[in-house]
Write a protein that binds this ligand. Structure first.
Ligand SMILES: [Ca+2]
Length: 496
């Protein structure tokens, strides 16, 4: 569910602080709402939570008083109150909530946050990221007593002030936590929106004979060459699921060198391998007799990684009494994205966007700073036509949503984004598979129906009705409805 979220807070700065430095200080604080709200199953879509409007700032000169040493010199500071308004997605369990308690970090948490890091970050692995990532890892529930202690000390000191309106205690001026309340308001009613199927499928455009789906799967574990890597298995699950939904699918001979079915284990070629069979072996099906399962799965990965796998589903589109062939061409790729500056990953994405009708990235979010960071691209990297992007990574709603809408020619009119409000767990390719198979199911599913199909129940992973607050954004301006134009999409009956 989407909500407008409003957060209020304040910063204390030197009276001479410039407007731009005040803005940066406020942003340093608003950024830290991200982690605590994430823990409460609330995702924010504003990258770094920095779009605070300076027009909301209220400046008040205050005197800082050391209430423990009444004779000590006072000093002047400027209190700047701000109101932050943004968009959030919420877990359904919060649907009736109109407010939430949360906590921001105050001051230079990146430079002086060691104690906060030790006490307020639950996970040892998260602590390794250091103080500069506290905006993401800060969990007030983990250091509630520390926060309460500070609140009580501020309260006690404030009672000693002679004028609470113009004075601030030294204890408060040194505060590290700012408890506050987030208010939540409904953004929009639940109008049923559909993918723009007429444009996606070329319903009235007989020259559109191909629908391209690009799906990139990043490395989830430590090693690209690990056949158990969740990213690699996800690609294989997706290929298998497309086959199951569309039995007419066929693999295309790969470009470049080497077939996908020439597998050698211990110097011997595995006989009779088809791509479909190879996918099953990769996912654990019994190997041919005499062949080690472990060695076979390694051999498959060595052949299938870091290359484009092409799968085609021949289909027919019919609308308004006219039919034309439409080949759904799925291109998958598994491999390491490389560093944030990886030129090769960047080039792969730009190449894909040139042709893509549907683009999927599934893998690590890199906290928004990976090769897919919208900041790495320009408008000329995107075509001026309708596309659907899915970024299946942690909190992609925040990192990979509005940035692409800003870059894409036509904005939301030409781009529907499918993104996650929270962390995304590996789901054996469930979400990616159902996005692709739903869009080409010919059932004219609404976006709401597509999202519901992507909710994963994978018992062997312990996932039941698993949904990382996945939403579609950019869909409110969609004009297609099944009643505006009937479209049928069916598997092509002619065999090759
Ligand atoms: Ca749209």
């Amino acid at each position: 569910m989407a909500r407008t979220i409003t957060l209020k807070g304040y910063v204390l700065v030197e009276p001479s602080t410039s407007a731009s430095a005040i803005l940066e200080t406020v942003r340093q604080q608003t950024r830290t709402f991200f982690g605590p709200l994430r823990n409460d199953l609330v995702g924010l879509d504003d990258r770094e939570v920095r779009s605070v409007d300076p027009a909301t700032f209220v400046r008040e000169p205050v005197t800082v008083v050391d209430t423990d040493n009444p004779m000590a010199a006072t000093r002047m500071m400027l209190r700047v109150r701000y109101t932050y308004t943004g968009r959030a997605v919420l877990d359904r369990s919060l649907s009736s909530r109109r407010s939430l308690s949360t906590v921001a970090l105050v001051g230079d948490w990146s430079g002086n946050g060691r104690e906060i890091l030790q006490n307020c970050v639950a996970d040892a692995h998260d602590r390794e990221f250091g103080t500069s990532n506290l905006w993401y890892t800060f969990d007030p529930d983990h250091c509630r007593s520390m926060i309460d202690r500070e609140v009580r000390a501020i309260d006690t000191a404030t009672r000693k002030l002679t004028d609470r309106r113009t004075q601030v205690s030294a204890v408060e001026a040194a505060r590290r936590f700012l408890p506050t309340t987030a208010t939540l308001a409904t953004i929009r009613s639940n109008v049923t929106r559909y993918p723009e199927y007429d444009r996606l499928l070329g319903a009235t455009d007989p020259t559109k004979t191909d629908l391209h789906v690009y799906a990139f799967f990043g490395v989830i574990g430590e090693r690209e060459s690990d056949p158990r890597d969740d990213g690699y298995r996800e690609m294989m699950f997706v290929l298998r699921n497309i086959f199951r939904a569309q039995p007419g699918a066929r693999f295309e001979a790969p470009s470049g060198t080497g077939s996908l079915t020439e597998l050698r284990v211990g110097g011997t070629t595995i006989p009779g391998a088809t791509e479909r069979q190879v996918v099953e072996w990769a996912l654990g099906a019994s190997p041919p007799s005499g062949v080690s399962s472990t060695a076979l799965r390694q051999a498959i990965l060595d052949v299938w990684k870091t290359r484009t796998i092409n799968l085609t589903v021949p289909m027919t589109v019919t609308s308004g009494g006219r039919s034309h062939p439409l080949n759904v061409r799925v291109h998958t790729y598994y491999g390491d994205e490389g560093s944030a500056w990886s030129a090769s990953a960047r080039a792969r994405y730009v190449d894909a966007w040139r042709n893509a009708d549907v683009f999927v990235y599934s893998g690590h979010s890199h906290l928004g700073s990976g090769p897919l960071d919208p900041g790495n691209f320009t408008m000329s990297d995107f075509p001026n036509r309708y596309q659907i992007f899915m970024v299946n990574s942690c909190v992609s709603y925040n990192y990979y949503n509005t940035g692409f809408h800003r870059l894409h020619p036509g904005g939301t009119r030409n781009l529907d984004m499918v993104i996650n409000g929270l962390e995304a767990l590996s789901d054996d390719g469930h979400a990616v598979s159902y996005l692709i198979t739903s869009l080409i199911s010919g059932q004219g599913l609404s976006w709401g129906q597509v999202l519901r199909r992507m909710v994963a129940t994978v018992p062997n992973l312990g996932l039941y009705d698993y949904d990382p607050l996945r939403v579609v954004d950019g869909e409110t301006d969609n004009t297609y409805t099944p009643s505006s134009r009937a479209i049928t999409l069916t598997p092509a009956t002619t065999s090759r």
